[in-house]
Structures are given as C-alpha cells and as structure tokens.
Design a protein around this ligand. Structure first.
Ligand code: FCB
Length: 438
C-alpha cells in the first residue's frame, strides 16, 4: 500500500467514477430488450448463469447511488444511456431524473451513448445501424443537452467487435473472426455521425471511450514482432487512427465496406477530448497452432497471433496483470504517435476485480495507476481527467457477478451498498486534491 500521498494534479482536473446501464440498472421489464438480454437468456453464456434483470437495481435506487457519489466527492459521474430504454415509454424520464439528481448533488453528468446494449433486432453488421444511432443520439441530446455538456459517443468499439462479433464471448455472440471488421467500421461511422448530431444540438465537449493498452512482443524475433504489430493494429490503431487521423492503418481500409474515404471524413470529426480505458498491456507472439487463453477467453488456433501471460506481475481476480507503468507508456506513446492530432486525454476507465470489503489490493492498483498517470502529465501528456471503473460491483458481462470492480460492495441478495476501503481511500485522495464531500 502507498506510504506517501499521491501527487497533486492540476486545478480543474476531472475526477470521477464510471458505470454502464446494462451492468447496473436492472428494471429490464420497463424497457425493450437489448442484444445482451437475448444473449444471456441462452445457456452457458454467462459463467454464473446470471442475467442483468435486476443487477444493482440502480433504476430504482439511483438516489442512494447519487448520495454515494456526493459523499465520495467526485467531480463527475460517467454512466451510460440505454438505447432500448430510450426507445421505451418513459425511458428518457429516468435519465432526466438521474441528471437532475446529479446536478443537485454537484456532480457533473457524463453520459456514454452506447455501452454495448444495442436494441435487440438491430445489428452492427448493418450500415443503417449507424444512422439509427445518430437519430437516437439527437433525441437524447435534445432532451438532456440543457443540463449535460460532456458527452461520450461509444464505449470500447474494439471489445464490442472482438468479443461480441469475432469471438462470440459477448452479445450478440457472433463468431465471425475477421469477417467482423464491418462491425468496427459501422460503429466508427456511428461515432462520427453522433459527433455531428451532438454538435447540431449545441454540444461543445464531446469524446469517445476507446480501450487501449501497450502491446509487448513476446520476443525480439521477427515472427513475434510481426504478430504483436498486427495485434496492436487490430486492438489499438484500428480504433484510434481513423478517429484521430482520418485514416485506417495500412491494409485495413480495403477490408471495410462502403465508401470508406467518405466515411473516414465523418469518422474523423474533430473531438474535444479523447477517452482512454486502460486495464493492462498485452504480451503477444507468433501463433502457436493451438488455442490460447486470454483474460478468461479461449482464442482460436487460426488467429495470426497468440496472447501470452505476463507472468512476473501480480494478477487481479480476473487474471489481468497489474502493470501501472503501462499507463505511462501508453500515454507517452500516444502523444508520440499522434502529436498535434491528439486532443486532451481523459482516462474514462481504470480499475480491477478483487473481492472483499477491505480491498487493499484495489488500493494498491489504483494508487499505482494514479501515480503512473501523473508521470505521464510530467512527461508533457495533456491528460484532463481520471475515472475509476467502477462505482459499484455490477454485472460484469460474461463473468456475471463473480468479478467485483466496485469501490462500493453490492450484496446481490439484498442490494445493500457498503463502501469498501478503496472508496475511503479514493475519497481521501480527492480531499487532498481539494474536493469535498457534498
Ligand atoms: C471494460 C468495459 C466495462 C467493464 C470493464 C471491467 O472493458 O468497458 O464495461 O466491463 O471493462
């Protein structure tokens, strides 16, 4: 555990916590189904056989959760708006109430407009889903835009493409491998169209939340380096390059559907900031002709790379290695790669799965990452905010309720919330940064 206080961050730095609709809201009977409801109804999809039907019941308990945010002293709260709920009678009223409660508590609302819960019946393989998304975004922005100024278009289109459409581990369960690439293109197009829709409604503070991590070749040999480079292209650059530079990495644009040059102009709409979700680096080598494990997943043998373990590090309960300096490496690498094209960065997610109320391991993880973030600032990277994943223990997708990422413990039998040691640690950190319980 840390023995000395975390360094001081600049005035105006945005401290927050993140959640997403499907993982916390529950109240599924009050909205139309999403691809996740359909997916989890299938046998063997979620490890503990659970669904998000109730989750944290945040839909009914949001006032209690807003009180936890106010007591924590965060500047901002990142949540997601459920597109299926907005499609349902009274759905937007919930976000009205939530936004009003947050503002009354002095917490800035930062909605994400898509965090994987696509309305059932829609499909990112269809180009039209991007235009539908933009129309939905206009509806939300017209309703909430008088009280919300900071917006996030998409959460992690990389994971949604890879896990949901290429490997079948997440909803909607597609196992298309490289044929899933149109899903990436259509989400990126949806992002660009959403930026335009938000601008049209007057928004001036718009970003995206992309997942990124350094890719470390398993060795200096050419086969490992080539495999690691391909992995880096697919997981990092495929989603950052078009947004930040208006180009796909070499060899990728040709694989995408539609009028790609025209779409790239939309995808590269200038952003006010760029959100990075960081959890861990990946060590990647040449294919081994056999299935490999990857964060609880089994990767098929035919992929042109294999993901190796990072053995010399502690691991979280989800098996992810703890590598705080990977965050400094990632951010300085981004600055070097994208230069002037890189807007200010906000860390939109960072966190870890550990059990227990006295979660010293989480404190060690977060403390290490906050310090690593500060080193990136010292190295001249323009970082404007940091959001912990997550406020609450919640429905961790295919892992069900078995992975606890919250600063606040949730008893899923009684739905009682209990702040953990890490909640108090974060509150102390925020106090030292000049924030107060409200
Ligand atoms: C990210 C997701 C988020 C949560 C964390 C642990 O990939 O955006 O919803 O599941 O991982």
């Amino acid at each position: 555990m840390a023995t000395h206080p975390a360094p001081r961050f600049p005035d105006g730095f945005l401290w927050g916590v993140s959640t997403s609709a499907h993982q916390i809201e529950g109240a599924v009977q009050l909205r139309e189904p999403s691809v996740w409801d359909v997916f989890t109804a299938g046998p063997g999809r979620v490890k503990d056989g659970s669904t998000a039907a109730v989750a944290c019941d945040h839909y009914h308990r949001y006032r209690e959760d807003v009180a936890l945010l106010a007591d924590l002293g965060v500047d901002a709260y990142r949540f997601s708006v459920s597109w299926p709920r907005v499609n349902s009678p009274g759905g937007l009223d919930f976000y009205d109430r939530l936004v009003d409660a947050l503002r009354a508590a002095g917490v800035r609302p930062v909605p994400t407009l898509f965090h994987w819960d696509l309305p059932a019946g829609l499909d990112w393989l269809e180009r039209d889903t991007a235009s539908r998304f933009a129309r939905y975004v206009s509806v939300v922005a017209d309703r909430l835009g008088d009280r919300v100024d900071k917006w996030i278009t998409l959460n992690e289109p990389a994971e949604h493409t890879l896990l949901g459409h290429a490997l079948g581990a997440h909803a909607p369960g597609g196992e298309l491998l490289f044929d899933a690439l149109p899903v990436a293109h259509h989400q990126l197009l949806a992002h660009g169209l959403a930026v335009r829709a938000l601008r049209a409604s007057g928004a001036t503070d718009v970003g995206i939340a992309n997942s990124h991590g350094p890719t470390w070749p398993a060795s200096d040999g050419p086969a490992d380096r080539e495999a690691a480079d391909l992995y880096d292209v697919l997981l990092n650059r495929l989603f950052a390059d078009p947004v930040l530079t208006g180009r796909y990495p070499d060899g990728i644009g040709e694989l995408m559907p539609g009028d790609v040059p025209a779409d790239l102009k939309i995808i590269a709409e200038p952003l006010d900031w760029y959100g990075v979700n960081y959890y861990a680096p990946a060590r990647v080598g040449a294919p081994r002709g056999a299935e490999t494990g990857f964060g609880g997943l089994t990767l098929p043998a035919e992929l042109p790379f294999s993901v190796r373990g990072i053995e010399d590090r502690p691991r979280t309960d989800s098996g992810w290695p703890v590598v705080p300096e990977g965050l400094t490496e990632l951010l300085t690498g981004f600055r070097d790669r994208y230069g002037d094209r890189l807007p200010p960065i906000v860390i939109t997610e960072n966190g870890c799965a550990y059990d227990g109320l006295d979660d010293q391991d989480r404190i060690t993880y977060l403390d290490g990452h906050v310090r690593a973030l500060h080193r990136a600032l010292e190295a001249g990277v323009d970082v404007r905010g940091y959001f912990v994943w997550s406020l609450l223990d919640n429905f961790e997708w295919a892992e069900g309720y078995a992975r606890r990422f919250g600063l606040v413990h949730v008893d899923f039998a009684t739905l009682e919330r209990t702040p953990k040691a890490s909640y108090r640690w974060f509150r102390d950190l925020l106090r030292r940064q000049g924030r107060r319980t409200r």
